[in-house]
Design a protein around this ligand. Structure first.
Ligand code: KIV
Length: 271
């Protein structure tokens, strides 16, 4: 029987049990109440309030501009839409890199003001003191290695990471450090599938992949990509489950046409 069916609110312990039972973990981003409610009721196990909100909600080119206040606004709405999913919130750029106290203060604001269940933080060795301090305050932490979009200007491109041995070895070291520090899971973004599988087998805690192959313990996608709202983004790892761009465009065009032709509202659609 699926472990998934036996639970009420998903916790970090449930997520570990899913890995231990060999059941894959589902994770999807959400940024508002209505979509969070839909995803929660559909059975999504983890909802990530990703700083990809900077791109898909605010229209920025990168994730760097989004602020802690803006992440808190999105996360508060998402939490209200969920009864079952574990809600994890990204620490945005500039709110944790200073030192571990800054990281803890940003985390405390998220936990107090949103009701979320944990945070995600990008990086390995360089942020390990912050990870330890947040976990020692009792807050679950999800790591994030591989392509870490907050470092886009260091990388220069959104290409696959850790193809070379040196970077793959650093990623493996960082994954071990994050596990030892107490992270409950790690996102692996855009790395070779072989490395994704190796890290997933090496770690006791679950890995959640995005463009990191089927060997990861779970998968995550950005909701706008999965639903096909964004028609300009076609990375190889993406499977689109809907073409909402066309569906919405057609619906809106039909509405405009109905208003212009005086077909809407009709006799039944008025008081
Ligand atoms: O911000 C985000 O949506 C993410 C996922 C892509 C993992 O970090």
């Amino acid at each position: 029987m699926s472990v998934n069916k036996e639970i009420k609110r998903i916790t970090t312990h449930t997520v570990q049990k899913l890995k231990d039972a060999g059941e894959k973990i589902s994770m999807l981003t959400a940024y508002d109440y209505s979509f969070a409610k839909l995803f929660d009721e559909a059975g999504m196990e983890i909802i990530l309030v990703g700083d990809s909100a900077s791109n898909v909600m605010a229209g920025n080119e990168t994730t760097l501009p989004i602020t802690l206040d803006q992440m808190i606004y999105h996360a508060t709405s998402v939490v209200k839409g969920t009864h079952r999913a574990l809600v994890i919130v990204d620490l945005p750029f500039g709110t944790y890199q200073g030192d571990s106290l800054q990281a803890l203060k940003s985390t405390v604001r998220i936990m107090k003001e949103t009701g979320a269940h944990g945070i995600k933080i990008e990086g390995g060795e360089e942020i390990i003191e912050s990870v330890k301090r947040i976990i020692s305050a009792g807050v679950p932490v999800m790591g994030h290695l591989g392509l870490t979009p907050q470092s886009i200007y260091k990388f220069g491109t959104y290409n696959v990471r850790a193809k070379e041995d040196a970077e793959a070895e650093k990623l493996i070291r960082d994954a071990r450090l994050l596990e030892e520090a107490g992270c409950f899971a790690i996102v692996l973004e855009k790395i070779p599938a072989e490395l994704g599988e190796k890290v997933s087998k090496m770690l006791h805690i679950p890995t959640i992949g995005i463009g990191a192959g089927p060997g990861c313990d779970g998968q995550v996608l950005v909701m706008h990509d999965l639903l096909g709202i964004n028609h300009e983004f076609h990375p190889r790892f993406l499977r689109k489950y809907l073409n909402l761009y066309d569906e919405i465009t057609n619906a809106v065009r039909q509405y405009i046409s109905d208003v212009k032709s005086k077909d809407f509202p009709n006799a039944q659609e008025q008081y």
